[in-house]
Design a protein around this ligand. Structure first.
Ligand code: FAD
Length: 351
């Protein structure tokens, strides 16, 4: 049994920042994530994209933000159970919870913070008979590192922002890039659609619409795909990679059966106070929750995590008063024995 003060489900930006805020209150955290690495959407969906609305960072790559969040929280020695999905929850007589993963790992904590974002990542897959046998052998649903495609032939399928943005990005990386979409119109930003058209005119993107991939060709690894244009006979395109970017199906997964109030595929919380759900002791923060005026933004997740930790402190330390101190005044005592001192001049001024 793995025990902690706060069990965090989801190691995205919200979950990682929770560790830091909890650490300031001397609360120990453990995180579970279905993905093999922390960072949530930032590391899984767009690690190389710049984010422009993180306070004090005019521009930061999503992957770098993840690294910095890990760096900031590691002094509080969080535990990680990665590559496992939280499946079930049971309330105990002492009001703590036991959460069990799909691999049978058991975690016990007084407070559970669900920071599950969009839920477990399930890419929408095209209905092609043999696609599963090509996964990670030329078929990828997520682009983690564009360099992986350097000087390779790539076929992308899809009509949204991901398909457009990655086609544009890989036009300078891959030896050839083909974008296949089943309609002539795209769902993405107009700027991206215009850019793809520009690259097509310059001979840098091969655009095939309205068309669909109807088969994958290869023996153990992808050698090509069959493309069928509406009303025409199929043609075979040689390729090293086939990347269907049809989005993720937003599913809460097993958490949806935990007796929590759900609205629009998100967990309802009380935002007037502390982001607690209808079950006392279980909180929902970040993209996974819903309340009037909710914005699915990283900085909103940070704010929610901060308030949630204050409420968790009261549950874990009943009757004990906590006085909020600025870190500039109190410094930061890491669980690993490190101490970041507050500058003396500031302490004096505040005292
Ligand atoms: P997530 O990042 O979704 O992390 C949730 C984690 O929970 C995941 O790793 C998932 O695997 C895990 N999980 C879920 N269910 C379970 C379970 N049952 N068991 C175990 N693990 C589970 N936001 C901005 O503020 N600025 C931007 O510029 C911006 N750009 C974006 C660009 C793109 C392409 C996308 C897709 C999103 C963008 N966002 C942006 C949104 C931002 O990424 C999210 O708001 C943020 O990731 C939410 O963080 P989170 O920690 O709440 O959830």
């Amino acid at each position: 049994m793995i025990t902690s003060d706060i069990l965090i489900i989801g190691a995205g930006p919200t979950g990682l920042f929770t560790v830091f805020e909890a650490g300031l209150l001397k609360l120990k955290c453990h995180l579970i994530d279905a993905l093999p690495q922390p960072g949530g959407q930032c590391s899984e969906l767009y690690p190389k994209k710049p984010i422009y609305d993180i306070p004090a960072y005019p521009e930061i790559l999503a992957g770098d933000l993840t690294d910095k969040l890990i760096d900031q929280c590691k002094q509080f020695e969080p535990g990680f159970t990665l590559g496992e999905r939280a499946e079930t929850i049971e309330k105990q007589k002492d009001d703590s919870f036991i959460v069990t993963t799909n691999k049978g790992t058991k975690h016990q904590a007084k407070v559970v913070a669900i920071a599950g974002g969009l839920g477990s990542f399930e890419p929408r897959k095209p209905l092609l008979d043999n696609i599963i046998s090509f996964e990670d052998n030329g078929v990828e649903y997520i682009i983690k590192d564009p360099e992986f495609y350097r000087d390779k032939k790539v076929v992308i399928a899809g009509g949204g922002d991901s398909a457009l943005d990655w086609s544009i990005f890989l036009a300078d990386v891959a030896s050839s890039i083909t974008l296949v979409h089943r309609r002539n119109e795209f769902r993405g930003h107009l700027d991206s659609v215009d850019k793809v058209q520009e690259l097509k005119d310059a001979g840098k993107i091969n655009l095939i619409t309205p068309a669909e991939i109807t088969a994958i060709i290869g023996n153990g690894k992808v050698d090509g795909v069959e493309v069928t244009k509406k009303g025409e006979s199929p043609l075979v395109l040689e390729t090293d990679h086939f990347i269907p970017l049809f989005g993720l199906s937003p599913k809460l997964g097993p958490i949806a059966n935990w007796g929590l109030e759900i609205e629009k595929n998100a967990i309802k919380v009380d935002n007037s106070l502390d982001y607690q759900t209808n079950i006392p002791g279980i909180f929902a923060i970040g993209d996974v929750n819903i309340y009037p005026g909710k914005l699915k933004l990283i900085l909103c997740g940070f704010h929610e995590a901060t308030l949630m930790c204050q409420a968790a402190y009261k549950i874990i330390n009943p009757g004990k008063r906590y006085v909020l101190k600025y870190t500039t005044v109190s410094g930061v005592d890491g669980f690993d024995g490190t101490r970041k001192e507050a500058p003396k001049a500031v302490v004096k001024a505040i005292d």
